[in-house]
Design a protein around this ligand. Structure first.
Ligand code: ZN
Length: 420
């Protein structure tokens, strides 16, 4: 099971170099399984079966079972995010320096900037034409941010300081001032540059994911935070048997920059879709709130395994390892949503699936991150917990997971969707 799951996760990550591609790949796989796309500007015509709304780099998918009814059903929701830290092309990206052609980039989210050095990078995202048509674009390896050699900068091994404006600009050519990066993108996308109105293009690492280790227990890839959760949620949505509740998978964009957007977790997307689904089931007014009262949500996002070289950064009583099960994340100050009631829900799902789970709580001296969980709880008021697979090197361009945890996460989410 775990080898097949990891192979499929590797295919999913490879097909998803940007949030736009991730949402499109989820939609493609849903389409193969018979789910139909619901246009947001058309009436929600809900019949038993699967559907989805695709909005920019986000997707909300659902399955309405034949026995769903507004008087008894609730929503079982899994939330995740499609974006990862990256370098984003600036509006006028073509730049020149001492004979080199470079792409001007902004830093998106909180990467480890050194991880972007000396790797072959492609560009992925969307361009939008003057008429408003969106075209997904993915180039092969075109760029690289070259690190300075230690012979030229003896201080580089003492403490690497990267200036975000000066030192993270990738090169894409040398001695070819005629090569404009946007012109190249337009040609690659079979578009006329004059027809390109704007773009959302991000660098991505072109190196393929890999399983490694003497007993093949490790999985290395970019974007495991948080495509590991998007993929697990999708597998679960497609596999789960019906509990009579409406199952929902919400994959938001922009988590890495605070989620405040029309496709982010702090935005209205999930609630809009749920209200329209409830409306189509006949649950208006008080009936909508009764449906919410029967609902719950698992926010799935990658977390931190204990690091053998930095064990003091974890709490001594909570030392999650790779391949010992997905994390249940706790935080007294509610950076994570898990509480006693929702933790019991997660443990029931793991037990039903026969999957181990580990508790994560921060060392008090090390402030923890957050997820789309708290903002979703704030908007919907449903029972919620935060979970996710343990990683090392989170926000690296080559994160490290165990080969067992991603499949276990999918199995636990499947059990949750099925009514555990
Ligand atoms: Zn994340």
């Amino acid at each position: 099971m775990s080898a097949a799951h990891i192979a499929d996760l590797a295919r999913f990550v490879t097909a998803s170099p940007s949030s736009f591609h991730a949402a499109a790949e989820v939609a493609r796989r849903l389409g193969v399984a018979g789910f139909t796309q619901q246009a947001e500007d058309a009436p929600f015509a809900i019949e038993p079966g699967g559907g989805y709304v695709l909005r920019d780099g986000a997707i909300v998918a659902w399955y309405v079972p034949t026995d769903a009814d507004a008087a008894h059903s609730g929503f079982r929701i899994v939330g995740a995010h499609t974006d990862s830290p990256s370098l984003k092309l600036k509006p006028q990206p073509t730049a020149f320096s001492v004979g080199w052609q470079q792409a001007a980039v902004e830093v998106y989210g909180g990467p480890l900037p050194n991880q972007w050095l000396d790797r072959e990078l492609g560009l992925a995202g969307r361009v939008v034409t003057r008429s408003g048509e969106q075209v997904l674009v993915r180039t092969p390896a075109w760029l690289r941010v070259p690190q300075v050699a230690p012979h030229l900068d003896r201080s580089v091994n003492e403490s690497l300081k990267l200036d975000r404006q000066a030192h993270l600009k990738p090169v894409y050519s040398v001695g070819r001032p005629d090569l404009d990066i946007l012109q190249l993108v337009a040609e690659h996308a079979d578009l006329d540059l004059a027809d390109v109105a704007s773009h959302d293009l991000y660098c991505y690492v072109t190196e393929a994911p890999a399983v490694f280790g003497p007993t093949e227990e490790f999985f290395a890839s970019s974007r495991l935070d948080n495509l590991s959760s998007v993929h697990a949620g999708l597998v679960a949505l497609l596999d789960a048997e019906s509990s009579g509740d409406v199952t929902v998978l919400a994959c938001f964009d922009h988590e890495e920059v605070g989620s405040s957007s029309r496709s982010g977790g702090a935005g209205p997307l999930l609630e809009q879709v749920m209200r329209r689904l409830a409306g189509a089931l006949g649950a208006e007014g008080d009936a909508w709130h009764r449906m919410l009262a029967r609902s719950s949500c698992i926010s799935a996002d990658a977390g931190h395994a204990i690091h053998p070289n930095y064990p003091h950064l974890h709490d001594p009583e909570h030392r999650p390892l790779l391949n010992e099960g997905p994390l249940l994340k706790h935080n007294a100050n509610l950076r994570y949503t898990s509480d006693a009631a929702s933790s019991a829900l997660w443990r029931r799902a793991c037990e039903a699936a026969g999957v181990p789970t580990q508790d994560f709580v921060s060392n008090n001296a090390v402030p923890c991150g957050s997820t789309i969980g708290p903002m979703t709880a704030e908007r919907l008021g449903v029972l919620m917990c935060d979970v996710g697979i343990p990683l090392l090197s989170m926000h690296s361009t080559r994160e490290l997971a165990g080969t067992k945890d991603p499949g276990w996460l999918a199995e636990a989410l499947t059990a949750y969707y099925a009514g555990a």
